[in-house]
Design a protein around this ligand. Structure first.
Ligand code: ASP
Ligand code: MG
Length: 411
């Protein structure tokens, strides 16, 4: 029997009614002849509540016990889903991560999946079980302790199962009906994409289109797992949602397929640093040790051996970055005259695999922004992405203007 993986997020299993509705969807796929592996999240809000309880109980908590508590939400939904399916006369049972076993490393709270031996579940399928309901987000460490995969980790569980069981597809049921060309709340003309390449989705995911855990897309790309994102609140059809797949599976694509925007950015500049070998390393070393996720970097041309260095990072890491740089300055490992911080910026990016073969995208993007009177503060590019840092108050305007200029409302 072909295997299908179906993952239901927190809002899709938020109460017993929704679990029934999700179970009906599973029933439809079982009727088509699939052996189905269902991955469930905790009921919406549950994981946040559990995380809160841990923090209240123990501010400096033991990460192993954090995982023991925080993984429990998924156990409840897995059992309830199995019961619901049984009520529908579909042979089903639940599995917690350790029972599969989904083996991870020991990085509690952020564990990485190492192996999913398929034998246990396959044996049950061979005996006539139709649905294996697996608690997402959790696994077991080499020490035999329960681990969790980081917030949003059920997506990664689902993709890992699809890879391990060579599933035909991995369907991610959620509360949005797919991946859009941009955030529809910012740009009403945003269009749902039928297909998007893994690479594009990765750029959009890490740029703030919070549909899927980024790791799950990386994993899907590595194992070429076809991922479909679709809503559990709309009628099911074979073409519903957005298919995230390999570039080769997309016949024709726009040059730009998405505009991503991220509001929570900050720009920092080290004014007057000496321009000599090792300076960049002495700046970004301490920042990385402090856990600052530096994104865009520019170094100005130097005059008389001195220059400025500008970088961007998430706004909530500014304090950490300031401390790391000031500490390094006090320790004498770096020197600068001044550290300026601009927290009124946002990042807007155009993403598309078509950029690899078509030139002029950057020029067009800059022209559009200039026509709107928007000043660009920092630019960064990759093979399939152009990002600019601009004043935050222009974010909506920039996204809408770019969406229009690249005609993203048209398929
Ligand atoms: N319940 C976990 C969370 O809220 C995992 C998930 O839903 O993906 O992060
Ligand atoms: Mg999620």
């Amino acid at each position: 029997m072909p295997v299908l993986v179906m993952k239901f997020g927190g809002t899709s299993v938020a109460n017993l009614d929704r679990i029934r509705r999700a179970a009906k969807r599973v029933g439809v796929e079982v009727a088509k002849g699939y052996d189905v592996i269902v991955i469930v999240s905790a009921m919406s809000g549950k994981t946040n509540e559990l995380v809160g309880w841990v923090g209240e109980t123990s501010p400096m908590y033991d990460a192993r016990e954090y995982d023991a508590v925080v993984s429990s939400g998924e156990n409840v939904t897995a059992g309830l889903m199995a019961l619901t399916l049984q009520e529908m006369d579909i042979p089903a049972r639940s599995w917690q991560g350790w029972q599969v076993p989904l083996k991870t490393n020991s990085a509690h709270g952020q564990a990485r999946i190492e192996e999913i031996p398929p034998e246990n579940i396959m044996t049950k399928f061979a005996e006539g079980m139709k649905v294996a309901v697996v608690a997402g987000f959790q696994g077991i460490s080499p020490e035999g302790r329960i681990t969790t995969l980081g917030r949003g980790g059920s997506d990664t569980t689902a993709v890992a199962f699809a890879a391990a069981f060579d599933a035909e597809r991995c369907d991610i049921y959620t509360d949005v009906d797919g991946v859009y060309t941009t955030d529809p709340r910012i740009c009403p003309k945003a269009r749902k994409l039928e297909k998007i390449a893994f690479e594009e989705m990765l750029e959009l995911a890490s740029l703030g289109a919070k549909v899927l855990q980024t790791r799950s897309v990386e994993l899907a790309m590595r194992y070429n797992v076809k991922l479909r994102v679709l809503s559990s609140f709309e009628e099911q059809s074979d073409t519903a949602g957005t298919l995230i797949c390999a570039e080769e599976d997309i016949m024709e694509s726009n040059v730009v397929n998405g505009i991503a925007a991220s509001r929570e950015e900050a720009k920092m500049t080290l004014v007057t640093i000496v321009d000599k070998p090792g300076v960049a390393a002495s700046i970004f070393g301490p920042l990385s040790e402090a856990g600052v996720n530096v994104d865009m970097i520019i170094q100005n041309v130097s005059e008389e051996g001195v220059t400025d260095m500008t970088f961007s990072c998430p706004i909530d890491q500014v304090k950490r970055a300031e401390k790391a740089l000031n500490d390094a300055r006090t320790a004498g490992t770096i020197g600068f005259d001044e550290l300026t911080v601009d927290t009124e910026v946002c990042k807007v990016s155009a993403v598309g695999i078509g950029m690899r073969s078509q030139s002029g995208v950057a020029a067009k993007m800059f022209k559009v922004l200039s026509d709107e009177g928007i000043n660009i503060k920092v630019i960064a590019t990759s093979e399939i992405k152009i990002s600019v840092l601009i004043e935050r108050k222009y974010m909506e305007l920039a996204v809408q203007a770019l969406h229009d200029a690249f005609e993203l409302e048209k398929a």
